[in-house]
Design a protein. Structure first.
Length: 330
């Protein structure tokens, strides 16, 4: 019995657009495991079961290797073993080895949409977005109903700043899987990139409805509610996000921004301090803390933080102004 495994993961992606500093938006998969292959395979069922182990790559890799080296498998079944071993290497962060295995799977089975999709993900992790788009294109060509390939291509397009293309990809994914919270969340990120905050709010709301345990969707809606001035509801969303994922620096930064717009300088500084204790290089937390310190009359600390923020992101003052907080403060 051979099991081919689509790679299940969550990608931490840094988006270049101004409306988010650090975004947890993420990724892929549709079917975690499907039975495949011929009845004629000669490797043991134990090897195939371990090769398909998505939880422990150190179990999966030697089992898949044993199957590959057995000399007993048909090319389509070997392709499955290479695909699964690629997933295991991917889980260990060995992206180049994963890509090599996915490439072997594709060589053995040129119509293997799953392997193209998985190689697309590995290229996403390496930041090679053009190659990711090419592989997702192939996956979609071979399997036009492959919603996760549209999501992954959307991620690559969003990282290249092609937000309209990304939105089109997420639209297709939602058409194919109307209950896919990830597609709605990622489309919200793309709308943020276009500064279309009200459409982003709608998508984050749908993502929260479909998957209320996803902290990053609550954070995304908190952020956009803060930008659009719905501060009390923004605070509710950030609090819920932190209940689900305590001490997340992105959400602490978002809630600090909410408190800043509320002119609650002490609470804003506390959240910015907590975010910066985890990641000292968050420009928005440094700048926001600087504005909160200015509200409290601590000019020296304010000047120091604002200068540090601008050293990281020279455009940070303009971004805050776009978000409704000019340099003079909220």
């Amino acid at each position: 019995m051979q099991a081919e495994v689509d790679f299940l993961e969550e990608l931490r992606l840094i988006f270049s657009f101004a409306s988010r500093r650090v975004a947890l938006f993420a990724a892929v998969c549709c079917v975690a495991m499907t039975i495949a292959g011929s009845a004629a395979a000669q490797s043991s069922d134990d090897d195939w079961t371990q090769c398909a182990n998505i939880n422990d790559p150190d179990v999966s890799i030697p089992a898949c290797t044993a199957i590959i080296q057995s000399g007993q498998e048909t090319p389509p079944d070997l392709a499955i073993a290479f695909n699964n071993r690629g997933n295991a290497y991917k889980a260990k962060g060995e992206f180049d080895r994963a890509i090599m295995d996915y490439s072997q799977a594709i060589r053995l089975k040129p119509d293997y949409a799953l392997a193209f999709n998985n190689r697309c993900i590995a290229y996403l992790d390496k930041g090679q977005y053009d190659q990711a788009i090419q592989d997702c294109n192939q996956a979609i060509r071979l399997k036009p109903e492959f919603a996760d390939a549209f999501i992954n291509r959307g991620l690559a397009n969003a990282n290249k700043g092609y937000y309209d293309h990304a939105i089109q990809d997420y639209n297709q994914a939602i058409r194919l899987k109307p209950d896919d919270a990830l597609a709605f969340k990622n489309r919200g990120v793309a709308y943020d990139g276009k500064k279309d905050y009200y459409r982003a709010l709608q998508d984050y709301g749908e993502a929260v409805r479909l998957n209320p345990k996803d902290a990053s969707s609550w954070n995304g809606r908190c952020w956009d509610r803060a930008i659009t001035g719905d501060l009390q509801q923004a605070l509710v969303d950030c609090n819920q996000s932190l209940l689900l994922q305590a001490n997340d620096p992105s959400t602490l930064d978002s809630r600090g921004f909410v408190y800043l717009k509320m002119k609650n300088a002490g609470a804003a500084i506390a959240d910015y301090n907590a975010a910066l204790a985890i990641n000292p290089k968050i420009a928005s937390s440094l700048y926001g803390r600087g504005l909160a310190e200015r509200l409290k009359g601590d000019t020296a600390a304010s000047d120091t933080d604002i200068a540090a923020a601008k050293a990281i992101n020279a455009k940070i003052a303009g971004e805050f102004a776009q978000w409704g907080v000019p340099a003079s403060g909220p």
